[in-house]
Write a new protein. Structure first.
Length: 221
């Protein structure tokens, strides 16, 4: 059973634009022996972008929208974050520590608040070594889990804070029947509004077409 009572809701500042090319190539060379592949990736990273007839060289980051960018970014964070958290947990954590990451989005769960505070400070220094940093406005250590509601009520504090992860807002709640802890999830309001607006725009463009064409004949569907 996982004992999670605190959650570090973390956000990296401009991650894809801040990836250091030299460190990335070192990480790749750790597993890739073919020099031709490494040379090709290095050339691609430094190719830059075209602005009209002007070429702008890249000294850091990965090109946005490129198909290989998520893969390289994942490799970068595997060495910078994943392996480091695993080692930190074994050496310094007093209680349980769990990390869940998808691309550059991640949350870390803790049994003890002090572990969360220590890891947050240590991780900020670790990220700085690799040209990365937290977005301080969006990075918070919050009380969360099965006892968060009762503990905060006892201290006469507000409801537990929520956090967003992979399109959902996670909320501490209680079941209606037995009044026991229940993890509640709902779509992030901003993302949901944008998606509804996008769908409405498509529907408005096709609203005068025959029903059959709208349902089955349009290439958009």
């Amino acid at each position: 059973m996982k004992l999670i009572f605190w959650v570090l809701d973390a956000d990296l500042k401009g991650f894809f634009d801040a990836i250091d090319h030299d460190w990335l190539m070192r990480f790749l060379a750790h597993r890739v022996l073919d020099k031709r592949v490494l040379k090709l990736i290095n050339s691609w990273l430094k190719a830059g972008v075209m602005d009209g007839h002007t070429q702008h060289k890249s000294v850091q980051g990965t090109p946005q929208g490129a198909v290989i960018s998520p893969l390289l970014a994942n490799i970068y964070l595997h060495y910078v974050l994943d392996l480091w958290v695993h080692q930190w947990r074994k050496r310094y954590a007093r209680g349980d520590v769990y990390i869940v990451r998808y691309a550059d989005d991640f949350v870390v769960g803790f049994q003890y608040q002090e572990d969360g505070r220590k890891l947050k400070r240590a991780l900020a220094m670790r990220l700085g070594e690799f040209k990365l940093s937290f977005n301080n406005d969006k990075t918070h250590l919050i009380e969360f889990g099965r006892f968060a509601i009762a503990n905060r009520q006892e201290r006469r504090e507000k409801k537990p804070e929520t956090f967003d992860f992979l399109g959902f807002t996670y909320i501490c709640a209680l079941s209606r029947e037995k009044r026991i802890f229940k993890l509640h999830r709902k779509s992030i309001k901003k993302t949901l509004r944008e998606k509804i607006k996008q769908i409405s725009g498509v529907l408005m463009q096709h609203r005068h077409k025959p029903v059959y064409e709208m349902g089955f004949g349009s290439e958009r569907y």
